[in-house]
Design a protein around this ligand. Structure first.
Ligand SMILES: [Zn+2]
Length: 85
């Protein structure tokens, strides 16, 4: 990753990163989140691709009901709920 990026480049970097999220480590995810913050880029749905507690991308869907998706982190067992639009 280059040190100085334009906002467009940073966005592309983030997009590419999340296409391969399953092969990333929590450390790398933390770094990309920082990058997004630095460039004020909203992750929106991308932030649902990793655990907000330990940054592991290893999540499993537990249930989907009443338009609420319940996802559990396989690593730290943190449970997250997302509204489905
Ligand atoms: Zn976790």
């Amino acid at each position: 990753m280059k040190e100085k990026l334009s906002k467009t480049e940073a966005k592309k970097e983030i997009k590419d990163f999340f296409e391969n999220i399953k092969n990333k480590t929590p450390k790398e995810i933390k770094k990309i989140k920082k990058l997004a913050m630095k460039y004020s880029i909203k992750l929106e749905d991308l932030r649902k691709k990793f655990c907000k507690k330990c940054y592991s991308p290893d999540l499993k869907v537990k249930s989907i009901k009443n338009k609420i998706k319940t996802v559990e982190c396989k690593k730290c067992e943190n449970v997250m709920r997302w509204k489905i639009r």
